[in-house]
Design a protein around this ligand. Sequence first.
Ligand code: C2E
Ligand code: MG
Ligand code: MG
Ligand code: MG
Length: 282
Amino acid sequence: RAKESGRNMLQFFQDSMQEAAMERMLIEKELRQALDENQLSLYYQPQVDYHGTLMGAEALIRWNHPKKGFIPPDKFIPIAEECGLIQAVGAWVLEQSFIHLRQWDRLQVHLPHLAINISPRQFYHDDFMGILGRLVKQYQISPSRIMLEFTEGLLMNDVDVAIDKIKQLKKLGYTFSIDDFGTGYSSLSYLKHLPVDQLKIDKSFVEDITKNEDDAVFVGTIIAIARHMNLGVVAEGVESKMELEFLKQNGCLCYQGYYFSKPLPEDQFFEHWLRKAKQQFN
Ligand code: C2E
Ligand code: MG
Ligand code: MG
Ligand code: MG
């Protein structure tokens, strides 16, 4: 009997593994198509101060599949990363966001900085700096407006190579943020050696700050570390006034989350955030 159920179990795992592998292959194939057929787009989520004044934005990729509808990035970015398609997807994100930045500049609505997510394989690629360099030149974007976001996972590959590359890019003016800070496996000691500019508190911590004592302490500690090290700190996933107040009281002054705005398509971001910002400044 035990043998029988063991075999069933094995069969079950084999089936579901095969299913997952097929699903991956399908997504890979369809993502290639998506790149060719303009199914990808960029959304922008504002980053604001306590009063809701626009300080910057994060570009977030969206895939609108003709039959399946919106496929979340958490579902296809890891696959793109595995199969190497992230090179093409990443370059597309850079170019598309620069096109938008340039367009906004032309309309004289100035977005102070744009955060762009970079995945490990994209970052470590030999031509990453080359691509970035060609694109900022082509679209006349000052690198100081570009904040590159990466997760702690990027440091698992080779910290020394990573630090070296970050330093080179920082010399050119780019800034760096550690995304989902606190969710990775890295030790705190690496922070000392990392030339980054900002820590981004993961939304999973923010979510529970008003309910869970541990998370409250944790978020308070991240903010304290950031301030102590002279790093900026931004909280992601701010959904309520209570969370906002807690963050503010603990010294985090930059926020991103549904409480202020969901990520928006370019035209809506322009309409609801950039045009307003222009009026404020004039
Ligand atoms: P992330 O970079 O940590 O982005 C934050 C995620 O939190 C986004 O999910 C955003 O829509 C979501 N979010 C923001 N505020 C709230 C809130 O108040 N409540 C909740 N529940 N969620 C909130 P999204 O857009 O689905 O992206 C998921 C992840 O996919 C990103 O996490 C990032 O790791 C990856 N990703 C997105 N765009 C790109 C891209 O262009 N390139 C790369 N390499 N990765 C990307
Ligand atoms: Mg991010
Ligand atoms: Mg994040
Ligand atoms: Mg995340």
